[in-house]
Design a binder for this molecule. Sequence first.
Ligand code: ATP
Ligand code: MG
Length: 341
Amino acid sequence: MTETTFTPRVFSGIQPSGGLTLGNYLGAIKRFVTMQDEVAQSIYCMVDLHAITVWQDPKDLLHNTRELAAGFIASGISPEKSILINQSQVPEHAQLGWIFNCVARMGWMQRMTQFKDKAGKNAQNVSLGLFGYPALMAADILVYHATHVPVGEDQKQHLELTRDIAAKFNHDYGVDFFPMTEPVIEGAATRVMSLRDGSKKMSKSDPSDASRINMTDDVDVISKKIRKAKTDPDGLPSDIDGLEGRPEARNLVNIFAALSERSVEDVLSEVGGQQFGTFKPLLADLAVAKLSPISGEMARLMDDPAEIDRILARGASQAREITAPILKKTYEIVGMVGPAV
Ligand code: ATP
Ligand code: MG
């Protein structure tokens, strides 16, 4: 079979499962912004169907979805250059998700470390959706035939599964229909760690608010959280080797490097030898300087939720021009008539 060449297309999503964090910004959104200028088409999504894999208060979900859209726009994603959508407004995601539930194998899903982390000791009591989540994520991407997916490091395994699902579908039906998507995991902070525990990822759903910096935190809160961030008693090293075995120190240096768009080496050559008492206020000032214009713009956009809803409605209709034909063709390949129009 000849290899199909797929037009470069970017897709990525974030869950409205809380407020945006510095981890989401550095690991994902910053790349979303640059990539919208690098390819002809980019689609960025608020994945509310993923958020409800764990309980969400309905009022919070709606608020968080709009606030996430505001966060995207305030960070520099332009609704003119990119298609901005809310997942549940584009039903083809869930429809292809079902087909992929029938392609993915139990053994593949059982290896997913995110499920193990999130389910913890409670695996019998979490939703079936939490277990099936990566198959829906594969559908989110492949329903656009997306070729590139900017994400944080924690999503690497789900993107490998996406390729496995695409390959199995193509193989089982003897087609070359779904592309092999490339993850784009780049930058100094592809895995921002919790401020309270350097072995845990910073997450918007972490019960401890002190573990993360939220995009909407004000100057005082950001300064306080960084001042209280866990560190060790030593000062900062002047080269990367000196960060070995010091996850909390490494995390703060990575954040500094990513926010200032410098390499870790470059940052250490300047701050090496400093105590955390000196470094932390510098980091707090930098975080405030980068985040406060974005949170200010988010607040302004949130004053007019109807405008956000209009942007998302327009995005959904643009998205469906791509997803409806891909879903229709998928049904045809599988031997189904497909949705009546
Ligand atoms: P939740 O706790 O609900 O899973 P989350 O903070 O992990 O929320 P997601 O919506 O799951 O956020 O992920 C959105 C994007 O942000 C993904 O690309 C993910 O890889 C990236 N991301 C999430 N947390 C981090 C982090 N700590 N460092 C870097 N990237 C991150
Ligand atoms: Mg997550």
